[in-house]
Design a protein around this ligand. Structure first.
Ligand SMILES: Cc1ncc(COP(=O)(O)O)c(C=O)c1O
Length: 351
């Protein structure tokens, strides 16, 4: 039986969380002389003189409706990067514990672990970019407190097989974090969110930075058991989501059709870009994608990268990343951007 209190760092059990002014008085009415705020308002920036809702209740209500998940199972972070950082802080003892990552994958799991002096066990994806459950189970030991699975994976763009993730949820002894940053670009039903009720060791990360088009707001979501979310709330900085971000996201969430519209356009563009890239003589392979980017294997990837850079077309050089030799990672842009990219690539190496 999974018991959260046995997994988290022992000193956190007794941690007294900071009690903010807005924790102590949660009413909306009254004269607020309790938080040492400035009573004067900025013109054009209503409300920024006051601290924001520390638990983002209104925003979570909207997310709860859209994602069909109880408010108590939602944590909001200053980007999902904040959730990654807090999860490592919650479960891994510096200098002692470690996380398991599955390269090639998103770089922040490793960076966050390094910041906290937490060990990193790397268990490479297989040549199909799928996880090797047997190897993970053989190599995992009691010090490995968390397993990070990125699905769709960055930079390989593919979903990790559901069955393999479920196997990990059943057999890995620690917390399994499934990073679904790109899930809006994957077929419907790909998310593991509905599995939360079955697996108390599951944490799902999603973000407003990709499909929702709000990378500049810095707003990420973690979904997990209410118990685990309470723990994250206890260790987070009190007002981690600023007022402007909360207000802007509330506004955006009242127009969910925008997400569908953008995702529809980007998926059609992804298809066109994929087909166009495949016709280029020096392109060896365009990997299938369930995300808003393509991993493209080509001769002389690094040269092509610099050729594009000279024309101020900036893609990501992944050619030195394990299993991604000779690969560039290309974000699907607008139709105009994609046409310009293809035109430039058709002219390579003629100059
Ligand atoms: C897999 C993955 N997770 C998380 C993030 C970061 O998301 P956020 O902008 O919410 O911090 C990224 C950003 O590129 C990503 O690729």
């Amino acid at each position: 039986m999974f018991k959260l209190e046995e997994k988290l760092r022992p000193h956190l059990l007794a941690l007294q969380a900071y009690s903010s002014a807005r924790d102590e008085y949660t009413g909306k009415e009254g004269m607020f002389l309790d938080a040492n705020e400035n009573p004067f308002e900025w013109e054009g920036l209503p409300g920024v003189n006051r601290y924001p809702d520390p638990y983002q209740q209104k925003l979570k209500e909207l997310i709860s409706g859209i994602k069909h998940i109880e408010k108590e199972k939602i944590f909001l972070g200053n980007g999902s990067d904040e959730a990654i950082d807090l999860l490592i802080r919650a479960f891994c003892e510096p200098g002692k514990d470690s996380i398991i990552i599955l390269p090639p994958t998103y770089g922040m799991y490793e960076v966050s672990a390094n910041i906290h002096n937490v060990g990193i066990k790397r268990i490479q994806l297989n040549s199909n970019f799928q996880l090797d459950s047997q190897r993970i189970l053989v190599e995992a030991d009691d010090k490995d407190k968390m397993l990070f699975i990125c699905s769709p994976n960055n930079p390989t763009a593919n979903l990790i097989e559901r069955k393999a993730i479920l196997d990990m949820l059943r057999q890995f002894k620690g917390i399994v974090v499934v990073d679904e940053a790109y899930i809006d670009f994957a077929p419907e039903g790909s998310s593991l969110i509905a599995e939360l009720k079955n697996y108390p060791n599951l944490v799902i990360l999603q973000t407003f930075s990709k499909g929702w088009g709000m990378a500049g707001l810095r707003l990420g979501m973690a979904f997990a058991s209410a118990e685990l979310i309470r723990l994250l709330n206890k260790i987070k900085p009190p007002y981690n989501i600023n007022l402007l971000t909360q207000n802007a996201a509330i506004k955006a969430l009242s127009k969910p059709e925008k997400l569908n519209q953008w995702v529809g356009i980007l998926l059609a563009e992804r298809q066109k870009l994929q087909e166009a890239l495949q016709t280029l003589p020096y392109v060896e392979r365009v990997y299938p994608s369930n995300a808003n980017f393509l991993l493209v294997k080509m001769a002389k990837a690094r040269e092509v990268y610099h050729y594009l850079l000279d024309q101020l077309i900036i893609v990501r050089d992944r050619s030195k990343v394990i299993l991604c030799d000779d690969c560039l990672r290309i974000t699907v842009g607008s139709s105009t951007e994609n046409i310009a990219l293809i035109k430039a690539l058709e002219n390579y190496p003629k100059q």
